[in-house]
Write a protein that binds this ligand. Structure first.
Ligand code: BGP
Length: 485
C-alpha cells in the first residue's frame, strides 16, 4: 500500500451542524429557526420536498403550533447537554480540529436584536473552551442550513438588504467574543445550495414575494445578498481578529460528461460554472464572465451596487472549502436511468453507490481538488465527506463498520495523491463524526459517525455513545498523520 506524506499541522477532525446536533431548541432563550420547522413531517420523502420547496407564512405557523410534529431533528443528539463527553471522545481520537456551527437564533433570537442573548453566547464559549482544553481548533460555520424565523416574517429572509446588516452585526458579536480563540471561520454552509433550499438556508416565504417576482428571482437576490454579507463578515473578521481566517464553502458536485460528444463535455463545463459561481465571486472578488449569460438564461437579474462591488473586491476569502460525497453525470440522454436523491444524476457504470444511491468516487475528489486549486490558488479545507450507512449495534455493543473505513481510506488516499500533485489541502473533517440527525435521510438511521449514538428514527433510545470500529481506525490515521491507513 502507498504511504502518503501529509504536512505537519494538517487539520484532521470531524464536522457537525448546530441544528442536527444540539437539540435544546427552546433552551436558554433560543429563537425559532427554519431548521426547527422544515423537518416536521415524518415521511422523509415529503420532508425532503418541504425542505426544497418554498414555505408560506401559514405553513410555517402551522408547523410551529403542531406539537405532534416533534421529531428528533429538534432534539438533535443532545450535544447541548453532553458536549463535554462528546469532545472528550473527539480528543481521544486525536482530533486537531472540530467543525461546529453557531445557531444565529441562540445569539439573536429574532435575528436582529441590538443586544445578544448572553446564555447563547456562553454556551458556545463553553464548547469552544472545552475544545481548546484539548488543543482542538474550533472551525466555526456562521450559518449552516438555518435562519431565524423572526427575520423570515419581517424581512422575507435574505431577500432584504436589512438581512445583510443583521448578519454583519451577528458576525461581529461572535468575532469580538471569540477573538483569539477561533482561528477558522466559514460564512455559509454549502452556499451554492441556496438555489435549492430557499426556505431552509435563505428564510424565503413564498407568500411574501411581490406579485411580479418569481421565486427564482428571489433566490438569486438572496444569493447576491449572501455574497455581500460573506464579504462584509470577512472584512469584520480581519478588522477584529487579524490572525483569524475566513473561508467560503460550496457543496461540490463533480459532474462528468455522459459521452465524449462535445455538447456533453460542454454540459460538464457549464455544470462546473454553476457549481463554482459563488466561490468564484468570493475567491476572485467579482462575478465571473459566464455569470451574466447564466442569469439571463435563468431569467434573473442581480441588483449590484457600487458599494457591493467594492466590498466584494476588497474582502476575498482566505481559504476555500467544500463538501464532497459523490460525483454525477451530465449531458446525454436525459431519459436514462437516474440515481435518486437531492443531487440526482445518471448512474455511472464505473462506480458503486451508497445505500442512499450516492455514487462513491474517491478519484473524483482528486479531480475536484486539482480543479479547485488550479482555479483559486488558495488553501483548500475539505470540511465534509463520508458515508451515510445503516449501522448495527451488536449485543457486545460494537459497530463493525468496515464499509465506512473503506470509504474514508480511499478518499484519504486521494487527498494524499492530491498533496503530491501540489495541491494545498489544509485539513479534513469527515461529516457527522458523531452520529447525528440527517439533513435528507431518515432522521437517525443514516449514520456517518465514528461514534454510535443510541437513538432511533422517532427519537427513542438512551442517547448513549459507543465507539465504532472506525473510531479506532481514525485514531490510528490521525496519530500517524495519514501514514497508517
Ligand atoms: C450536507 C450538509 C450536512 C449534512 C450532509 C449529509 O449537504 O451540509 O448538513 O447533512 O450533507 O447529508 P445527509 O444528512 O442528507 O446525508
Amino acid at each position: 500500500m502507498m504511504s502518503y506524506k501529509f504536512p505537519d499541522g494538517f487539520l484532521w477532525g470531524g464536522a457537525t451542524a448546530a441544528n442536527q446536533l444540539e437539540g435544546a431548541t427552546r433552551t436558554d432563550g433560543k429563537g425559532w429557526t427554519t431548521a426547527d420547522t422544515a423537518q416536521f413531517i415524518a415521511d422523509p420523502k415529503k420532508r425532503m420536498a418541504q425542505m426544497l420547496q418554498p414555505m408560506t407564512t401559514k405553513t410555517v405557523e402551522a408547523a410551529l403550533n403542531d406539537t405532534k410534529g416533534l421529531y428528533p431533528k429538534r432534539y438533535g443528539i443532545d450535544f447541548y447537554h453532553r458536549y463535554q463527553e462528546d469532545i472528550a471522545l473527539f480528543a481521544e481520537m486525536g482530533f486537531k480540529t472540530f467543525r461546529l456551527s453557531i445557531s444565529w437564533a441562540r445569539i439573536l433570537p429574532n435575528g436582529d436584536e441590538e443586544v445578544p442573548n448572553e446564555a447563547g453566547l456562553q454556551f458556545y464559549e463553553n464548547v469552544i473552551d472545552e475544545l481548546l482544553k484539548y488543543n482542538i481548533e474550533p472551525l466555526v460555520t456562521l450559518s449552516h442550513y438555518e435562519f431565524p424565523l423572526g427575520l423570515s416574517f419581517e424581512q422575507n429572509g435574505w431577500q432584504s438588504r436589512k438581512t445583510i446588516d443583521a448578519f454583519e452585526h451577528y458576525a461581529r458579536i461572535l468575532f469580538e467574543r471569540f477573538k483569539g480563540k477561533v482561528k477558522y471561520w466559514i460564512s455559509f454552509n454549502e452556499m451554492n445550495i441556496v438555489m435549492m433550499t430557499g426556505y431552509l438556508s435563505a428564510g424565503l416565504l413564498e407568500d411574501q414575494l411581490s406579485a411580479d417576482e418569481s421565486l427564482t428571482q428571489a433566490q438569486f437576490t438572496a444569493m447576491h445578498h449572501q455574497l455581500v454579507a460573506a464579504a462584509k463578515a470577512t472584512k469584520a473578521l480581519h478588522e477584529i481578529d487579524p490572525a483569524a481566517q475566513m473561508g467560503c464553502m460550496i457543496a461540490r458536485m463533480e459532474n462528468y460528461a455522459d459521452t465524449p460528444a462535445p455538447n456533453d463535455v460542454l454540459a460538464s463545463v457549464k455544470s462546473d460554472q454553476e457549481n463554482f459561481l459563488m466561490m468564484d465571486v468570493l475567491a476572485k472578488g467579482s462575478y465571473p464572465n459566464y455569470a451574466w449569460r447564466l442569469f439571463a438564461e435563468k431569467g434573473a437579474k442581480i441588483d449590484q451596487t457600487k458599494e457591493d462591488q467594492q466590498v466584494l473586491a476588497e474582502n476575498m476569502t482566505d481559504f476555500v472549502s467544500l463538501s464532497y460525497y459523490m460525483s454525477g453525470i451530465v449531458g446525454g440522454d436525459e431519459t436514462a436511468e437516474t440515481s435518486g436523491n437531492l443531487l440526482a444524476s445518471k448512474a455511472n457504470p464505473f462506480l458503486e453507490k451508497s445505500e442512499w444511491d450516492w455514487q462513491i468516487d474517491p478519484v473524483g475528489l482528486r479531480i475536484t481538488l486539482n480543479k479547485m486549486y488550479d482555479r483559486y490558488q488558495k488553501p483548500i479545507f475539505i470540511v465534509e465527506n463520508g458515508l451515510g450507512a445503516k449501522d448495527e449495534l451488536t449485543n457486545e455493543l460494537k459497530v463493525h463498520d468496515g464499509y465506512r473505513i473503506n470509504y474514508l481510506r480511499e478518499h484519504i488516499e486521494q487527498i494524499g495523491e492530491s498533496l503530491q500533485d501540489g495541491v494545498d489541502v489544509m485539513g479534513y473533517t469527515p461529516w457527522g463524526c458523531i452520529d447525528l440527525i440527517s439533513a435528507s435521510g431518515n432522521e437517525m438511521s443514516k449514520r456517518y459517525g465514528f461514534i454510535y449514538v443510541d437513538q432511533d428514527d422517532v427519537g427513542k433510545g438512551t442517547l448513549n455513545r459507543y465507539r465504532k470500529d472506525s473510531f479506532d481506525w481514525y485514531k490510528k490515521v490521525i496519530a500517524s498523520n495519514g501514514q497508517d491507513l
